[in-house]
Design a binder for this molecule. Structure first.
Ligand SMILES: [Zn+2]
Length: 386
């Protein structure tokens, strides 16, 4: 069984996109949708798409008639429309489709046949042999250099989303590091280094600032509903971007150290995320819980894909009772004082986050760190950031 897998990283770079192409693409996608949807048939309340290859070719040549741009855009428009209609049919057949599908996003999917890389410049074909959009990747120092290939691109009015691919195979490591994430801090149990703490107060502060902004927005909602909604969306975007920047810095630093040590990463399997007991604070409980969940997941996935990018193995373990089990003798821990827990078996007094990180470390790779373990890997989708 090969454990080789493809790791992807997605980045956005600012561009001034050709507006005419984006307009035309939106229009042609709408036409394609109209054409494809004519081949949806209904019987006994179920929808089905019957589109033969030659009918598809007909749609294609019809759309190509007054299309001045490279013809690949038409193929990508038809493909994406077929995907959209198929997705809609699934919903419809389950009784979940509220409205017919619509094309609203000003976004062009650019297949790999439409661009090439030359001396670190991305050259995107707009009109065959005549017009190109050139993006100099070397201008953006945050972009990875150690990729194998570039996948599809997404172009919006002001941004180009680039997906970098790298095939990686987890290598043998010399040790492991386990991470326990909660809303106030990240606690790491690193072989040979003991417990390391990372403060998340800055992240908490970012959320508080925007919480405050949102609250002030409440008044505006009654008098200017449209403007308030637009501002809310803008604040939401900025808040996520700032939080993401913070998390990127933190995780890049951690993974760089682990790569130098040649250590693997052990993370909590959050697929059945446990509700962390939130600490008291002024921000509303609901929003705080939602954000801390988002933060925790984002942080975890950043650690995971950055580690995989560098071929470090990543393991996910069940976090159940990790902060309520003694890492020395496995007896139950009872609340002692503040964040401290006391072991009923051996009397050990330990911080609950430290206990959790140490337990995760043991669950992730049993035996001596040198020998590693044989816990199976749990493949996860790479985290994509924009
Ligand atoms: Zn104990």
């Amino acid at each position: 069984m090969s454990r080789r897998s493809e790791v992807i990283k997605s980045y956005a770079v600012p561009v001034k996109a050709p507006k005419d192409l984006i307009d035309a693409y939106l229009e042609v996608k709408r036409k394609a949708l109209e054409a494809v949807i004519a081949y949806v048939s209904y019987s006994k309340g179920k929808a089905r798409l019957r589109l033969k290859a030659e009918e598809r070719r007909e749609i294609r040549s019809e759309l190509l008639k007054d299309w001045p741009y490279a013809s690949h855009y038409i193929d990508s428009a038809i493909n994406s429309v077929i995907g959209l209609v198929k997705g809609w049919i699934k919903l419809y057949n389950r009784g979940k489709a509220k409205r017919p599908p619509e094309i609203t996003r000003r976004m062009v999917y650019i297949k790999s046949t439409l661009f090439r890389i030359k001396e670190n410049k991305l050259i995107i074909r707009i009109v065959a042999r005549r017009r190109y959009l050139e993006v100099d990747l070397s201008r953006f120092d945050y972009l990875p250099r150690d990729y194998d290939s570039i996948g599809g691109l997404l172009l919006t009015d002001d941004r180009l989303y680039i997906t970098f691919k790298r095939s990686s195979e987890p290598k043998e490591v010399r040790g492991w590091s386990a991470f326990d994430v909660n809303e106030a801090n990240v606690t790491e149990a690193r072989d040979g280094f003991g417990v390391i703490r990372y403060d998340l107060r800055e992240l908490y502060h970012i959320h508080r600032v925007y919480e405050e902004k949102r609250r002030r927005m409440q008044a505006l909602r009654r008098t200017h509903p449209k403007r308030s909604r637009r501002l809310m969306e803008k604040y939401g975007r900025r808040e996520r971007n700032r939080a993401r920047d913070f998390l990127h810095k933190l995780t890049t630093g951690i993974v760089r150290e682990l790569a130098a040590l040649n250590y693997g990463i052990i993370l909590e399997d959050l697929s059945g995320i446990k509700e962390r007991t939130a600490r008291r604070g002024r921000a509303s409980r609901r929003i705080r819980r939602r954000l801390s969940k988002w933060d925790a997941r984002t942080l975890q996935s950043m650690l995971a894909y950055k580690a995989r990018w560098l071929s470090l193995p990543v393991r996910f373990v069940n976090p159940a009772y990790s902060s309520r089990t003694c890492p020395v003798c496995s007896a139950p821990l009872k609340a002692y004082r503040g964040r401290l827990m006391r072991c009923e078996g051996c009397g050990l007094i330990i911080d609950r986050d430290e206990a959790a990180a140490l337990n995760l470390r043991m669950r992730g790779a049993r035996g001596s760190p040198e020998r590693g373990g044989s816990t199976e890997m749990c493949p996860r989708e790479a985290y994509v950031h924009k």
